[in-house]
Design a protein. Structure first.
Length: 144
């Protein structure tokens, strides 16, 4: 199994309706292909985590990268996933209000956009994966 975390810049102002439609379509597709993860949208940036069988993740990330509605800026891959981190979320849209820990997403965004260097936050990709996986344990306990 493989997990991918990426950040992208939206090419236009996404309305909440557009976002809901995107997540709904994504969720249907992902359910069909056994893909799980989440999508966070804030300040014109998407932060998405997807996980599943390597071959289906490779196809999906290729499709997502070609999507003209956004531009992917930074991608991290984890090839060695043993178990799913978000087994029940075929594509869960995270809202800022849904979780107190969510400001962690902004830390991830800073890292992925290289702003952490400006803010003198020293993180490497191992730290980032640990943060994402830690979040998965909070979320199953708090949201669901
Ligand atoms: C930020 C973002 C995240 C997306 N995430 C998914 C996803 O998880 N699953 C999915 O099927 N499509 C996702 N899409 C939509 C795909 O890029 C694509 O539009 C959709 O799969 C339809 O592809 P097609 O036009 O080639 O049929 C996402 C699009 C954007 C902009």
């Amino acid at each position: 199994m493989k997990g991918i975390l990426y950040i992208s810049l939206a090419k236009h102002n996404f309305t909440s309706n557009e976002l809901d439609t995107l997540v709904c379509n994504a969720s249907n597709y992902n359910q069909k292909y056994g893909i799980t993860g989440y999508l966070y949208f804030e300040k014109g940036y998407f932060l998405q985590y997807i996980e599943g069988e390597e071959s289906v993740i490779d196809v999906l990330i290729h499709t997502i990268q070609k999507d003209p509605r956004h531009e992917v800026i930074n991608i991290l891959e984890d090839q060695d996933i043993i178990a799913r981190r978000f087994p029940t979320w075929h594509m869960h849209q995270l809202a800022k209000s849904s979780l107190i820990q969510l400001n962690i997403e902004n830390i991830l965004m800073d890292y992925m956009t290289n702003d952490s260097k400006q803010n003198n936050i020293l993180l490497n990709s191992d730290h980032i994966w640990r943060i994402v996986y830690k979040l998965s344990t909070y979320r199953t306990e708090i949201i669901l």
